[in-house]
Design a protein around this ligand. Sequence first.
Ligand SMILES: [Zn+2]
Ligand SMILES: [Zn+2]
Length: 502
Amino acid sequence: MGEIHWADVVAKKLLERDNKHRIATGISPSGHIHMGNLREMLTADAIRRALIDANGEAEIIFIADTFDPLRRRYPFLPQEYENYVGMPLSEIPDPEGCHKNYSDHFLTPFLESLEILGIDVTLKKADEMYKEGKYNEAIKISFEKRKKIIEILREVTGRDVDDNWYPYMAICKKCGKMNTTKVVDYDDSWIYYECNCGYEGKASYNGGGKLTWRVDWAARWWILNISCEPFGKDHAAAGGSYDTGKRFAKEVFGIDPPFPVVYEWINLKGVGAMKSSKGIVIPVRDMVDVLPPEIVRYIIIKVKPERHIEFDPGISLLDLIDEFERALKLKDRAVELSMVKEVEYSDVSFRHLVIVGQIANWDVEKALEILQRTGYKIDEVVKKDVERRMSYAKKWLEKFAPDKIKFEVIKDVDKIKLEFNEKEREFLKSYANKLHKDMNPEKIHTLVYEVAKDVTIKPSKAFQAIYKAILGKTFGPRVGYFIKSLGIEWVKDRFYSIYEKN
Ligand SMILES: [Zn+2]
Ligand SMILES: [Zn+2]
C-alpha cells in the first residue's frame, strides 16, 4: 500500500471539524495568470474532490482580487499605464482593449482554463463584492475595533503602526488612486479621507474603497464562511498575513480561521527564451492548449503542497507523462484526482504519439494505420484516444520540444539533394534487397548491422544513410520501429530510387 495522498490527509482533518466545507482561493489578476497561481486552484480542487470522495460536502469560492491597486507599471504595459498605478484593477482600461476592464482581461482566459481543467468554482469578484455592499458590515466592525487591529499588527509584525491609522484604502474621487489616501474619520454613511493630490472627500461604504489586504483577508473568511484555504508560503511566514489573519478572525470577527494549506512555488525551467528573459511566465491558458488537462493537473496534484515543483515543459515532460501512464494502470490516487472527465486511455504512450504523429504527418487515419502495422489492435477506444492525445502531442512538439526530436518525412525523393557516396548507395540497395515485409522492428534493426558488415560500411554511417534517405538529416527515431511504421515497401522503393538517382 502506498502512502495516503496528501489531499485525502487534508480531507480527513477537515472532516473531523465539519462535514461541509467552503474552500477559498484568491488571485490578483494583475497580469497573466501562470502555473504558480494554478497551484492554488488545483490544491483546492484536489481537497474538494477528496472531501466529496469521503462523503463530505465541499465547494470552492474563487475570489478574484479585482479591487487591488495596480502596484507598478509592469514591463508588458504601455507607458501611459504609469498613470494608472495605484488605481483598482477593475477601474483601469484593458491594455489591449478587448475586455470590460484590466482585471477581466487577465481573468477571462484563466476562467476558461479552469473550465478545461474541470475546476468548478463559484466566482466572486472583489470589486463587485464591495460595490454590492457585501463588505459593509466588515468595514464597520474593522473601524470600531481598529485599536485592536493596530495592536495585533504591532504585536505580530513588529511594525510601527500609527494610532490614527484605519485599515482602509479609499479611492480618491479626484485622482482615482487608492494608495495615496488616508482615512481621517467615518460615520454611519461615509468614510472621510484626504489624498496626497490635495483632495479631501468622502467615500461610500459600497465600493468607495477597500479594506487593507490583511484585514480584507480575515473579513472575507467571515463574510463567506470559509473553512479551508490554500495559500502561498509568503503568506505563511512568521509575522505574515496568516499570522495576523488568525488573530483578526478570532479577536475582530469572532470566528475560527480557516484550515490553512500552505504551498510552495513552481519554478519554470528548460525553456530557452523564458530562462533568459526573466519575468516571463507561461500563462495557464497557453498550457492547457498544449497539454491534456489531466497532465496539467497531475504535474501539480502528484506533489505535496509543501514541496516546490521544478516544472520543465521541454523534453523531460515526456518522463513525467510516462510516469502518469504507468500510474494510471496502477489506479494511483494522484492520477485519479487528476482525471477530468471520462477519458479512456489506450496503450499508446504520449511519447510514442510524438513519433507516430510526425511519421503520419499528424493525419489520424495514417497514424492508426501505422499503429496497426506495428502490432497495436485498433478499436474505438484507441481511435478516440489517439485522435485526442495526438493533437496535444503535435502542439507540445511545436511549442516546447527540442529540435533533436523533431523530424519530417520527405515525400518527394527529388527533394533529397544530399550527396550519397558509393558505400552508402551500395548499403541502401543491399539493405532494401534484404528487407522483408514480415520482419519485426527488432529484426529490421539488426539487419542494419548485418548488411553494414557485408558492404564494409561503419554501422553509424549506415544508420545515417537511412535517415538521410528518409528525413534528409542524419538522425531520427529508432530505425526498426521507424521503417516498420513507414511500411517496408515504401522504404524499399525509396532506397532503390536513391540508389538509381545518385
Ligand atoms: Zn482584453
Ligand atoms: Zn487624489
